[in-house]
Design a protein around this ligand. Structure first.
Ligand SMILES: *[C@@H]1O[C@H](CO)[C@@H](O)[C@H](O)[C@H]1NC(C)=O
Ligand SMILES: *[C@@H]1O[C@H](CO)[C@@H](O)[C@H](O)[C@H]1NC(C)=O
Ligand SMILES: *[C@@H]1O[C@H](CO)[C@@H](O)[C@H](O)[C@H]1NC(C)=O
Ligand SMILES: *[C@@H]1O[C@H](CO)[C@@H](O)[C@H](O)[C@H]1NC(C)=O
Ligand SMILES: *[C@@H]1O[C@H](CO)[C@@H](O)[C@H](O)[C@H]1NC(C)=O
Length: 770
């Protein structure tokens, strides 16, 4: 939902405050209870998700029997209030269990019951958003868009803040009716369905027991859901633009795919019990892809990851799940939604820039960005340039700090950082009498700047540019500046560049699985916006937005295209195709850089930047069977109960052959390496040409020796599988234990030269004693 890290953090903090305040004050049951009890009830009732032991086929086939089992688990007093019990949802596809309103004591007592596996308090997550299809190499009438029929016949389920259905991006022009298997519903007040938008449902603790109170009417959509839906599968709209910029035909990544919308978020947040209910419904309805751009903080166990749990049931049905990595980068260990069965997507720039150049008195120029491109601002007139820190109590142009500045048309250099949006800083400068603003990035965000809808002539420049402008102000006797507005420019250098806010690995819950998996377009992406949205003042129906939500939505669309051209590929095969063909070089042919212009770390990029056309024809894929994930969870030392909560299977880990993390047939290799050498196997499936042979190319991580056996793979049929082993050992013991890591890759290259199947290798060193 937020563009920047600071926004996310404040949002999450306030959200938990709200959650705390509201979820303890249900009003629903009040009238049926005696006043004293009401008060006691009021202060303690909360929603809990109750995971129940799978009672076996005989009972689970009978939903009525399951219902009576669930009711029997409820405290007696909760069963006979008002019309019925305090059960909020019963789940049938994602977990065995239900959500109910209970006191903490009741929840604890319930955990003692032999039928109950685990009781979790309902938590709240937050939302983590067109030129980009072209940037991704998708063009009308040719190539992958042609081969995939633009996603025709594929259904993308979007779990988000809803949709503004009358937007032209959701027209069904050229979209066929939904496939026969579709069982979804259109029951979202204020939303009209058609062949594009084939389902719309709301999950807001539907029986009125809200965890996060939504003060808005159900049709209210703040913009996020509309934006991500249109990126994944918006139809072609001619003449899209924002404030006259970035004009062109807007299109989603899979323009002819169907959309099914599951509203799980309100302006205050997204309750886990609702998210789980939406997964449950989406599975029943028959979606092919799930797009989910929600999260909170990284977790150490998938047991605390409701998206991992919902997604596990989804992938068992062949549904591809794309999720966002989170917006709390550039710090390490911030990546979210890291289960190996979901695709985790980080955010990078495209080559489009809404350019605004700061020109200094000396003639020196610094390129920056602004969505607001005034035509009545005379660029030839130089104006006095002042540094906010010199005229105000704070250099940040934060609210209240410029009130005594009494400006007379100066250009003000404001520092970035802190919790304020760039736009609000501009408002301060304008109110104080400034004529223009140069907003310099803080050091943390470096070169990640955004095109924003400023209220005055402004440009947002990098930290490095800002430092130079600052030193000019310090040294010149009469510092002067102006801003040149250059409109939409294609050819931004260093694209794709990893954005500062994109969450980074390593993966806290499973260090042996490299995350994020890939990066995709997530900065300044033009897409549909809701008229209810916070920026409804915009005359256009489109808006530019940034975040890993946006990049996740691109990958949901790409997943739909791949489902369309390869209906038999498993979710793991689709992930593999995307990862092994990802680009590691930018448009200029150099290694992808990060927000500091330094070569991007593997924990920022994962396998690299998605290349959809190559993903459509990867040559080989690394497939994974759902049961393998169960063996993988056993190797992570999860208890039998935890494995059952996540997978719904009754498992005795001591009886199954476990699969250590790095041994899972993942398309990347992430290894914690001590003094002992380690060997892993991988199995590839031929999806390229029937008769083909591959040779391996290895770039060993520094200080590691890597050997493969065999180093040649020969295929004679399609879908033939070949297994190879890869052994890693320390080649250089001089590297210290601790923070040190090294990266390399292995690549199977077909002798015909047509295919190149690349797997990154990340090695974290631990003490030689280990
Ligand atoms: C409870 O009863 C009220 C009033 O009769 C009705 O409007 C409501 O839908 C009922 N709720 C449930 C969960 O049956
Ligand atoms: C993240 O970890 C890497 C490798 O240990 C290190 O080089 C980098 O400085 C860390 N980044 C941050 C922001 O701490
Ligand atoms: C919408 O505009 C307001 C004020 O101009 C700004 O504070 C807010 O961040 C914008 N919303 C989004 C989603 O960009
Ligand atoms: C699981 O437990 C075993 C035995 O204690 C230990 O050797 C192994 O490292 C643990 N695995 C993980 C992933 O923590
Ligand atoms: C693959 O090669 C084998 C042996 O050389 C040959 O018999 C077979 O016809 C070839 N298959 C295809 C599809 O070219």
């Amino acid at each position: 939902m937020e563009k920047k890290r600071s926004g996310v953090l404040t949002n999450v903090a306030s959200l938990f405050t709200l959650l705390f305040l509201f979820m303890t004050f249900p009003t629903h049951e009040a009238e049926t209870l005696r006043p004293r009890e009401v008060n006691d009830e009021k202060s303690t009732l909360k929603t809990y998700i109750v995971h129940v032991k799978n009672p076996g086929r005989r009972v689970s086939d009978q939903m009525e029997d399951l219902d009576s089992l669930y009711r029997s688990l409820m405290p007696v007093s909760r069963n006979f209030m008002k019309n019925e019990s305090h059960i909020v949802y019963t789940y049938s596809n994602v977990i065995t269990g239900f959500a109910a309103r209970l006191t903490a004591e009741e929840a604890k007592a319930m955990e003692e019951n032999k039928w109950v596996l685990f009781v979790r308090p309902d938590m709240s997550l937050s939302l983590h958003t067109t030129h980009s299809p072209n940037f991704l190499g998708l063009h009308q009438g040719v190539g992958f868009w042609k081969q995939s029929n633009l996603g025709k016949g594929v259904i993308i389920g979007v779990l988000d803040s809803g949709i503004s259905s009358d937007h032209p991006s959701f027209s069904d022009k050229g979209v066929p009716p939904p496939p026969a298997k579709w069982k979804g519903k259109c029951e979202y007040e204020g939303v009209t369905c058609n062949n594009k938008l084939i389902g719309a449902r709301t999950f807001q603790n539907s029986r009125g027991h809200t965890v996060v109170v939504d003060s808005m009417p159900p049709q209210y959509e703040e913009g996020h859901g509309t934006h991500v839906s249109s990126i994944a599968a918006g139809n072609f709209v001619n003449g899209a633009n924002v404030l006259g910029n970035a004009k062109g035909t807007a299109a989603g990544v899979a323009p002819l795919a169907h959309l099914a919308i599951y509203k799980v978020c309100s302006v205050e947040g997204c309750a886990e019990s609702d998210i789980l209910a939406a997964f449950d419904a989406a599975l029943e309805d028959g979606v092919d892809v799930i797009s989910i751009s929600l999260g909170d903080q990284p977790v150490e166990s998938f047991l605390s990851d409701i998206i991992a749990i919902g997604a596990f049931s989804a992938i068992q049905r062949g549904i591809f799940v794309s999720s966002s990595a989170g917006n709390i980068g550039p710090f390490n260990h911030t990546v979210q939604n890291t289960a190996p069965w979901v695709l985790t997507v980080g955010a990078s720039t495209t080559d489009r820039l809404i350019k605004a150049t700061a020109r200094l008195g000396m003639g020196e120029e610094f390129d920056g960005e602004s969505l607001f491109q005034p035509t009545n601002f005379k660029p030839t007139i130089l104006r006095p340039l002042v540094y906010a820190g010199a005229i105000a109590s704070s250099p940040f142009c934060s609210p209240g700090t410029l009130t005594k500045a009494h400006l007379k048309g100066e250009v003000v250099l404001c520092e970035g950082g802190g919790e304020f949006e760039g736009i609000s800083r501009g408002e301060q400068v304008k109110e104080a009498g400034g004529s223009a603003m140069i907003l310099m990035n803080d050091e943390l965000d470096g070169y990640t700047t955004l095109a924003e809808e400023h209220v005055l002539p402004a440009t947002y420049v990098s930290h490095a540019a800002g430092l130079k402008i600052k030193s000019y102000i310090d040294s010149a006797s009469q510092p002067m500046a102006t801003i040149l507005f250059k409109g939409t420019v294609i050819g931004k250098s260093h694209a794709p560049m990893v954005s500062s806010f994109s969450s980074r690995g390593p993966n806290l819950a499973s260090p042996g699985i490299l995350k994020p998996d890939v990066i995709g377009p997530g900065v300044d992406i033009l897409a549909a916006w809701s008229p209810f949205g916070s920026n409804s003042s915009l005359s256009s129906k489109f808006f530019m937005f940034s975040g890993t939500s946006v990049s996740c939505a691109h990958l949901s669309g790409i997943g739909a295209l791949l489902k369309s051209s390869h209906p038999n590929w498993s979710p793991a095969a689709i992930k593999s195709a995307i990862m092994t063909t990802a680009d590691v070089l930018n448009l200029e042919g150099r290694p992808i850089v990060d927000h500091k212009m330094a070569p991007a770390n593997i924990f920022a990029t994962g396998a690299g930047h998605v290349n959809p056309s190559k993903a459509n024809d990867p040559g080989l894929v690394y497939d994974i069977k759902p049961n393998d994930y169960i063996r993988y969870l056993c190797a992570l030392n999860y208890t039998d109960t935890a494995v059952q909560v996540i997978t719904r299977r009754t498992v005795e880990c001591s009886e199954v052959k476990s699969i250590p993390e790095a041994q899972l047939n993942y398309p990347a290799l992430s290894v914690v390496l001590g003094s002992r050498r380690q060997t892993f196997t991988r199995t590839v499936t031929n999806v390229g040409l029937p008769n083909s042979s591959y040779s391996v190319k290895v770039v060993s991580p520094k200080g590691v020796s890597v050997s493969l056996s065999p180093d040649k793979l020969i295929f004679t049929k399609l879908n033939q599988k070949k297994t190879y082993s890869v052994t890693l050992s320390r080649a250089d013991s001089s590297l210290d234990a601790g923070e040190e890591f090294a990266v390399g890759y292995l690549k199977w290259v077909s002798d015909s030269g047509r295919y190149s199947v690349r797997s990154p290798i990340a090695v974290v060193f631990v003490g030689l004693g280990a």
